[in-house]
Design a protein around this ligand. Structure first.
Ligand code: NDP
Ligand code: 8X3
Length: 256
């Protein structure tokens, strides 16, 4: 990348988002880092600044579930950070692995509010400016769960299916502009994802990765970075990425 780009990363306090912050910082990008955990965000920013004191970083405590907070955030960006070139809609979570009939409705609401409504509203706030400048790239982080259902996936899988189809329809609406929209669908990746999903049961979360070589946050950050670095006439629509240790199983059959 040549000119200094402004990159907004949601969920930058951990996992893919944190790794993206590092990847784009390596390129000297101007960064807006958003998440709920202010301490973690500040520590990511501090680490990056200590490696390169010239970096411009704005850390924003932000809960993407809060519509008013999101609107205030977008309407009050300092001038130097206002013209966003790359929006990485990464903030998201899964909550629970129980069958639908045993699931907690609050977990469902939380996933919809974060993975669907947060991503939707952030896009709604940032997209008009990109269109006005005829410049911008939105990268939405989905999941293999968007296309491949599994028991206990219920609302999480459905929320990621939204991300996939929303990304495609955005691209359809943007035909004739220079804007790009991509969605990345990762498979098994070791981050805080499973700890959050299993409500802090770290033993169970760690067991998910036992004996595997999962994707790393850095693997995904590199792929996201590559997606935004290909020549301007190319749009990477979607990428599904799994570690070699993962594949599909057969359809399940209940035998009497
Ligand atoms: P992590 O739990 O490590 O990171 C999730 C990030 O999202 C954190 O920075 C968290 O910050 C942020 N976040 C969660 N809720 C909110 C909220 N309401 N407002 C703002 N930020 C929020 O997991 P990953 O890095 O793995 O997850 C990133 C994305 O990748 C998610 O969308 C996830 O669904 C997706 N994904 C993950 C896979 C995996 O196996 N790891 C595979 C496929 C997709 P904070 O808590 O500080 O707000
Ligand atoms: C995370 C990957 O397979 O646990 O989105 O849903 S999976």
């Amino acid at each position: 990348m040549n000119a200094v780009k402004t990159v907004l990363i949601t969920g930058a306090s951990s996992g893919f988002g944190e790794a993206c912050a590092k990847r784009y910082a390596n390129d000297g990008c101007r960064l807006i880092l958003a998440a709920r955990s202010e301490d973690k965000l500040l520590s990511v920013a501090e680490q990056l600044k200590s490696a390169d004191p010239t970096l411009e970083i704005l850390s924003c405590k932000l809960d993407v579930r809060d519509a008013d907070e999101l609107d205030r955030f977008a309407n009050n960006l300092p001038t130097r950070f206002a013209d966003i070139d790359i929006l990485i809609n990464n903030a998201g979570l899964a909550l629970g692995v129980t069958p639908a009939y045993q699931s907690d409705i609050d977990d469902w609401e939380d996933m919809v509010d974060t993975n669907i409504k947060g991503l939707m509203r952030m896009t709604h706030n940032i997209l008009p400016g990109m269109v006005e400048r005829n410049r911008g790239h939105i990268v939405n982080i989905g999941s293999v769960a968007a296309s491949w259902p599994y028991p206990g996936g219920n609302v999480y899988c459905a929320s990621k299916a939204f991300v996939q189809q929303f990304s495609r329809t955005l691209l359809a609406d943007l035909l004739g502009t220079a804007l790009r929209v991509s969605h990345i669908d990762p498979g098994l990746a070791e981050t805080n994802f499973s700890r959050v999903r299993l409500h802090g049961d770290n033993n169970k979360a760690d067991a998910i990765y036992n004996g595997t070589q999962p994707l790393t946050a850095e693997d995904i950050a590199d792929i996201i970075y590559w997606t935004t670095s290909v020549p301007a006439h190319i749009n990477i629509n979607s990428l599904e990425v799994m570690p070699v240790c993962q594949a599909w199983g057969p359809l399940a059959i209940n035998r009497q």
